[in-house]
Design a protein around this ligand. Structure first.
Ligand SMILES: [Zn+2]
Length: 140
């Protein structure tokens, strides 16, 4: 680990979420698709909310979306986030119809707006883990 080793808490992949994290490590965003009713769902979980099927497939999605809501963090609830303050935590509606939460990078807190077009990006956090973040999407 380098001197600026990652000091923030990180998610721990589980049996249900491993394919999601593996894909992020490869620079791809995948979402669970119910093998029974074909409904997409996110966050990853073992059972479909609609038909209760436990059969799941993973679909690669565009990573394009628009900002649904956000919060600006001014207080470090974990010391590892101290150097990033203030940061924007975004709730994004992906084009494929599911909602996900990640940090929004490169947009000043006072420039954030509902509907802002965004694109997922991938940030290596540790040797084993890549985190999704969103960036403002230029053009269409
Ligand atoms: Zn289903």
């Amino acid at each position: 680990m380098s001197e600026d080793a990652y000091t923030r808490p990180v998610p721990e992949p589980s049996r249900d979420t491993r394919p999601y994290w593996d894909a992020l490590n490869e620079g791809r965003l995948v979402i669970q698709e119910c093998a029974g009713c074909k409904r997409l769902r996110h966050y990853p979980r073992p059972v479909c909310d609609v038909c209760y099927s436990m059969d799941v497939e993973w679909r690669q999605v565009s990573g394009r979306g628009s900002l649904h809501s956000w919060t600006v963090a001014h207080h470090p609830f974990h010391p590892g986030f101290k150097t990033e303050l203030p940061y924007v935590l975004a709730t994004v509606d992906l084009e494929e119809g599911v909602r996900m939460i990640a940090q929004l990078r490169g947009v000043a807190p006072d420039e954030v707006a509902v509907g802002l077009p965004v694109q997922v990006a991938f940030e290596r956090a540790t040797d084993q883990l890549t985190l999704p973040v969103f960036r403002k999407r230029e053009g269409k």
